[in-house]
Design a binder for this molecule. Structure first.
Ligand code: DX5
Ligand code: ZN
Length: 224
């Protein structure tokens, strides 16, 4: 069963506390922080995360699309992040960044953009807790899933198996009931979904629908 992480970016920003409550059955909440520099959009930051934190029991899965990232890690952890995911792109000292995230007591994630090869993560497999494959170019919700990323998900699933570590393999962008079977079959164990959940009136049904659409890689592999 994959972990479902609703992305608050697609929620009604005039009513965030209520929106967050509407997806309370999901174990993770995905929070997209954008700076208008690393990505061509600006979303929300630490004050919003901090204000929401007391009103949810979900794990706060913070996806930082900002550059530089290091100066803000402590503030993000303080605001209430349980997981901090940073991008491999534009970070010459990713290793140090992941060490800093762990030192702050958070799980460390690495996101990888569509144009970046999976090998970019090979030297951090011993320390990363979450890998987030971007299945769209980051910056906006509601974009079309990039099918070309399926091969990368498979490769990273293999690299995770080889590491022998319990690394969560997430996907982010264009994930809905149609793409869920494809990504889970390829090895994804965590699904970020914005529009596919907050775009529906019945959020509980949307989360359940995604769970039901999953085709876990174990089952797929047994048929190979
Ligand atoms: C995009 C963000 C995503 C976004 C996904 O840069 O990282 O988390 O909210 O939105 P959907 O699910 O609508 O593609
Ligand atoms: Zn995201």
């Amino acid at each position: 069963m994959p972990i479902i992480a609703p992305s608050l970016l697609a929620a009604d920003f005039s009513n965030l506390r209520h929106e967050m409550g509407s997806v309370a059955e999901a174990p993770w909440l995905h929070l997209d922080v954008m700076d208008g520099h690393f990505v061509p959009n600006i979303s929300f930051g630490m004050p919003v995360i901090k204000a929401l934190r007391p009103h949810s029991r979900a794990r706060f899965d913070v996806h930082l699309m900002i550059e530089p990232v290091d100066p803000y890690l402590a503030a993000v952890a303080e605001a209430g992040a349980d997981h901090i995911t940073v991008h491999v792109e534009g970070n010459a000292h990713l290793h140090r960044t992941l060490q800093s995230i762990h030192a702050l007591g958070c799980k460390a994630g690495v996101a990888i953009c569509p144009a970046t090869p999976p090998e970019a993560l090979s030297e951090v497999m011993d320390m990363v807790d979450i890998i987030l494959v971007m299945t769209v170019n980051p910056g906006f919700g509601g974009q079309k899933f990039l099918h070309g990323q399926l091969a990368k998900i498979r490769t990273l699933a293999g690299m995770i198996r080889q590491s022998g570590r319990d690394i969560v393999l997430g996907v982010d962008g264009g994930i809905d009931e149609t793409t869920t079977p494809l990504v889970t079959e390829a090895g994804a164990t965590m699904l970020v979904a914005g529009s596919a959940i907050f775009g529906k009136d019945d959020r509980r049904a949307a989360v359940e629908g995604m769970r039901a659409a999953a085709r876990p890689a174990v089952l797929a592999a047994s048929g190979e």
